[in-house]
Design a protein around this ligand. Structure first.
Ligand SMILES: NC(=O)C1=CN([C@@H]2O[C@H](COP(=O)(O)OP(=O)(O)OC[C@H]3O[C@@H](n4cnc5c(N)ncnc54)[C@H](OP(=O)(O)O)[C@@H]3O)[C@@H](O)[C@H]2O)C=CC1
Ligand SMILES: O=C(CO)COP(=O)(O)O
Length: 326
């Protein structure tokens, strides 16, 4: 029987552990906060990240990677993108030979511009690598609501097998061999969701919102293709699908962060929003590729405080366009 371990006991890691533990199979969930882990084991609830959602008792939360990973065939890595390199290096001695690593973070490392698969390629090189990405809020998956995502690996047969392995009656995984496209879509949609949040927070209306999402998708596709992703991938679940989800719901941390920015609120208590870390590096990648990405550029500038929110909104909505497509 396959064994699944999840590293990262935040919202998404806990939801994925719940998904796979629902059939009764033990799933180890590796975290670092002893009291949260104890509460998951005793009360079957992650009160910090998914309060009020009942978790399957087959989740075994632990801070011991050796125990969790010793016989895990599939290891889901679900820590934020800026922490992944360090966490991956620390896991290396504990991984079972041949264990498949499933990358679930959506981002680009700020310091280096590397995608998640590039971060693990060094320290964990002997292990097969895949990415899981697509429109999927943790609280939906934890509550067993229907969800569809993309599972990508450069080897198409491995992607097919993994998609079958990770699918359930409510969690449908579509396979792809375009790992780059899937990673690019997942990282870039976060930056665009910040922009959608700003427009919503400023109460600029549903029409402006639709314009922003559509133009945002043009940037996502242009830049995703320049980075090596395929157009059809960027138009799929892990690109357009996730963009639509995160640009339309305050459940999205990126959208919520942008909306708070738009309303001029204090941002210090808001939870992690990956796009905040990704915007500047996404802009740099666009510039290096000679890609026009005015929305990404505006978001990066407002986060760096080079523009006020009013100036950003002005730019987002009043910029003259040359052509609609291209
Ligand atoms: N939330 C969602 O709906 C979805 C999120 N994602 C992606 O999943 C990734 C994780 O997001 P999410 O679970 O929401 O984030 P959370 O903030 O909910 O949880 C992050 C978890 O990672 C842990 N962590 C952070 N840094 C380290 C570190 N250096 N070493 C060990 N553990 C660490 C945190 O531990 P501690 O609690 O101790 O700080 C926390 O348990 C992101 O890239 C996000 O884009 C993808 C799809 C859906
Ligand atoms: O990626 C997500 C849903 O697919 C979650 O988005 P946020 O990180 O913006 O909450």
């Amino acid at each position: 029987m396959s064994r699944i371990a999840v590293v990262g006991a935040g919202a998404w890691g806990t939801a994925l552990a719940a998904l796979h533990a629902r059939g009764g199979q033990t799933v180890h969930l590796v975290g670092r906060d002893a009291s949260s882990l104890a509460a998951i084991n005793e009360h079957h609830e992650n009160r910090r990240y998914l309060p009020g959602i009942a978790l399957p008792p087959a989740i075994q939360a632990t801070d011991d990677p050796e125990l969790a990973l010793a016989d895990a065939e599939f290891v889901l890595l679900v820590v934020p993108s800026q922490s992944l390199a360090g966490v991956a290096a620390s896991l290396e001695p504990h991984l079972a030979p041949g264990a498949t690593l499933v990358l679930c973070a959506k981002g680009i490392e700020r310091q280096t511009g590397r995608f998640m698969s590039e971060l693990v390629a060094g320290p964990l090189a002997p292990h097969p690598v895949a990415a899981l990405s697509g429109p999927s809020f943790a609280s939906d998956v934890a509550r067993d609501l229907p969800t569809a995502v993309t599972v990508a690996a450069t080897d198409a047969d491995a992607a097919d097998a993994l998609a079958r392995q990770l699918s359930s009656g409510t969690f449908r995984c579509y396979a792809s061999d375009d790992l780059t496209g899937v990673e690019a879509g997942g990282a870039l949609k976060n930056v665009l969701a910040l922009a959608a949040g700003i427009v919503s927070g400023r109460n600029l209306g549903a029409s402006a919102q639709a314009a922003l999402v559509t133009r945002g998708f043009v940037e996502l596709r242009r830049l995703g293709e320049a980075l090596g992703g395929r157009a059809e991938t960027l138009m799929g679940l892990s690109g357009l699908g996730d963009l639509v989800l995160t640009c339309s719901s305050p459940q999205s941390r990126n959208f919520a962060y942008g909306a708070a920015l738009g309303r001029g609120e204090d941002l210090s208590n808001l939870k992690l929003a990956e796009g905040v870390y990704t915007a500047a590096i996404a802009l740099r990648l666009a510039q290096q590729s000679g890609i026009e990405a005015p929305i990404v550029e505006t978001v990066a500038a407002v986060l760096e405080r080079e523009l006020t929110v009013d100036e950003a909104v002005q730019r987002l909505l009043a910029r003259p366009l040359k052509r609609e497509v291209g």
